[in-house]
Design a protein around this ligand. Structure first.
Ligand SMILES: C[S@@+](CC[C@H](N)C(=O)[O-])C[C@H]1O[C@@H](n2cnc3c(N)ncnc32)[C@H](O)[C@@H]1O
Length: 317
């Protein structure tokens, strides 16, 4: 057991908690200690160091101890504070929403890459010889203003980040969980895109009328295979919503129907981007190819070299 200090200053508390978390096998011990203490004191993590010799009041210490106890039981830091950063934005999260993962930023990035930067001249839909933005001559149906869709929004991290990056777009988010939808709506307004992002409760695309209305479709659906469930960290398996993770026997229980139907909703030349689990990219690419509706079907690798996103463009013909 770590010996307690004489006076509980901010620095002493951080040092003690870091060692205690290390002993108890808590992930990212120093970062977790800082995030929790900053939350209790209502200051930024940087400010903790500017006030490092400030002693904690008994009330602050009691509130912090209560959080430490829960953290050691496996409760994720983000659920304890109710916040998680994604795309450099502060998102509210609750036990009804998946905690947005840093690797999901690749889904946002992959889509922005093609939506912000039109494909190179000479490719379908572009006027030969003209450059960049002005050269788009895509037969995008209903293109003004462009409309995007996300299926399975959770906290809204993906759709809201996209909406912030593409200020002239409007977005529709579909989600099965009513409790998650509430959090996503709150986040959209807090982050200034509430007027351009609408949310609807639904099962995959079931609540929407088919039609080529969307210029982009994004999804990070559950994809954990049944066989991998037990090897998930306890803090994920025990605390995060199962319906946000469980992908059935092969992990594709939700991705498969989405791959089979998304083209019926995408405008010609519109883009689909899907986050996939490790080892699933090939199967997802094959599902999209089977529809004969896509071109440029590509797997995008994350910084660890894992094929994390599958991206494809709805054919023009
Ligand atoms: C992996 S989480 C992703 C959440 C968020 N997009 C993110 O990246 O942080 C998947 C989300 O899909 C939702 N979901 C699961 N099955 C669904 C279905 N059949 N239709 C719509 N949403 C579904 C879950 O409730 C969950 O919020």
């Amino acid at each position: 057991m770590v010996a307690p200090p004489q006076i509980w200053t901010i620095l002493a508390v951080l040092q003690w908690t870091t060692r205690y978390f290390q002993e108890k096998g808590v992930s990212e011990p120093r970062a977790s200690a800082e995030v929790l203490l900053a939350h209790v004191l209502g200051v930024s993590r940087l400010e903790l160091y500017l006030r490092h010799d400030q002693p904690l009041t008994p009330e602050e210490l009691a509130a912090y101890k209560a959080l430490i106890r829960r953290r050691v039981q496996g409760e994720p830091t983000a659920y304890l504070t109710g916040h998680k950063e994604f795309w450099s934005l502060d998102f509210l999260v609750s036990p009804a929403t998946l905690i947005p993962r840093p690797e999901t930023e690749l889904l946002v990035e992959s889509l922005l890459e093609v939506l912000k930067n039109p494909p190179a001249p000479g490719r379908p839909g572009l006027k030969e010889g003209s450059a960049g933005r002005e050269s788009i001559d895509l037969p995008l149906e209903g293109a003004s203003p462009p409309l995007g869709l996300e299926v399975g929004v959770g906290s809204g991290a993906v759709i809201i980040s996209l909406a912030r990056e593409l200020p002239h777009w409007r977005w529709l988010g579909v989600e099965l969980s009513a409790a998650a939808l509430q959090v996503a709506r709150q986040n959209a307004f807090r982050l200034g895109v509430g007027e351009r992002v609408r949310f609807v409760r639904g099962n995959l695309l079931g609540a929407l009328r088919p039609g080529p209305r969307f210029q982009a479709v994004a999804a990070n659906l559950p994809y954990i295979r049944a066989g991998d469930w037990e090897s998930l960290p306890v803090e994920v398996r025990k605390f995060e919503p199962r319906e946000a993770l469980w992908g059935g026997e092969d992990g594709l229980a939700l991705l498969r129907p989405l791959c089979q139907e998304a083209h019926l909703f995408l405008a010609k030349g519109g883009w689909l981007a899907l986050e996939v689990g490790q080892g699933q990219a090939e199967a997802v690419q094959a599902l999209l190819a089977e529809t004969r509706a896509y071109e440029a079907i590509t797997a995008v690798r994350d910084h660890q070299g894992i094929q994390r996103v599958v991206r494809a463009r709805r054919q023009f013909t």
